[in-house]
Design a protein around this ligand. Structure first.
Ligand code: PBG
Length: 313
């Protein structure tokens, strides 16, 4: 009877698994703060992707660790960039047809300073410049779409980037590739472990000049409205668990497909408690995901995707 009257469902097809792709061959380097998560070379990422496809997951979210970084983040839009290469490999593997390939669009993994845009220095003062970053981000989105991304997902939080990306992708003949915008991405301590996984910690300062203040709910709605006006096709809310009120409010206001990103720190803190025997792993994991669906997320990006799919069977 409980099954009959259950209001919220969770299925493997609603889960998206992030992958961190690195150069080399046969590389499977564990991330210390994220048990079960690795930096994977393309050959290993393909094996991981095949497992995800067998488990019936909805898709993958790809991040890249380039061979070299520079001030402009050249590796982000390089024709032979690490994510571009992986996308080509993934798209030519028939076993992966059921997986939606989502490419994260940002510069922070590719810049030597670790910021998500272009940094200008003026004496002791350095700042991330919004407008000059747009062209590079747009170039990156077009390059990833051409390499085979089914969806591009901008996470940089520069203002105006959705419009800039739409224009660059259309000009590149990729009119049909949708944009999933991290429209209201909050500046969060919960991204800590990701910065180890993606080697993307800012070398100075923090991301508060472009990511949102966690205190602001109305501003979050305004950020979403702006991205929709610029042409965003879907939304990705993040972090997830500390911002469930924002997810619920966005669900009630906007008709677009919307996902929630249960970020690295959310995964790490639960694992830390599992390791100590303080929380029951399976029940806690499933409850954390069901709660996000109930809050209004259509799909969830989560490092638990494979484990949860195994439980769901
Ligand atoms: C890139 C980006 C970040 C995350 C996704 N894309 C890190 C950041 O903004 O510092 C975080 C994801 C996670 O913590 O799992 N800008």
């Amino acid at each position: 009877m409980r099954t009959l009257v259950r209001e919220t469902s969770l299925a493997p097809s609603q889960l998206i698994y992030p992958l961190f792709i690195c150069p080399g061959e046969g590389v499977r380097k564990p991330i210390g703060s994220m048990p079960g998560v690795f930096n994977l070379s393309i050959d290993e990422a393909l094996k991981e992707a095949e497992e995800c496809a067998k488990l019936g997951l909805g898709g993958l979210l790809l991040f890249g660790l380039p061979e070299e970084k520079d001030e402009q983040g050249t590796g982000a839009w390089a024709e032979d960039g690490i994510v571009q290469q992986s996308l080509r490999a993934m798209k030519s593997n028939r076993a992966l047809d059921g997986l939606v390939q989502i490419a994260d669009v940002c510069l922070c993994e590719y810049t030597s300073h670790g910021h998500c845009g272009i940094v200008t220095r003026d004496g002791d003062h350095a700042h991330v410049e919004n407008d000059s970053s747009l062209e590079l981000l747009a170039k990156t989105a077009a390059s990833l779409a051409k390499a085979g991304a089914d969806i591009v997902a901008p996470s940089d939080m520069m203002d105006g980037r959705v419009a800039a990306m739409r224009e660059a992708m259309d000009a590149a003949g990729m009119q049909e590739t949708p944009i999933m915008s991290y429209a209201a991405k909050f500046s969060s301590a919960f991204y800590g472990p990701f910065r180890e996984a993606a080697d993307s910690a800012p070398q100075f300062g923090d991301r508060r000049s472009y990511q949102m203040d966690g205190a602001n709910r109305r501003e979050a709605m305004r950020e979403i409205e702006l991205d929709l006006a610029e042409g965003a096709d879907m939304l990705l809310m993040k972090p997830a668990m500390p911002y469930m009120d924002i997810i619920r409010e966005a669900r009630e206001r906007f008709e677009l497909p919307m996902g929630a990103y249960q970020v690295s720190g959310e995964y790490s803190m639960l694992h830390a408690a599992f390791e100590r025997g303080w929380l029951e792993p399976e029940r806690t994991m499933m409850e954390s995901l069901l709660g996000l669906r109930r809050a209004g997320a259509d799909f969830i990006v989560t490092y638990f995707a494979k484990d949860a799919a195994r439980v769901l069977g």
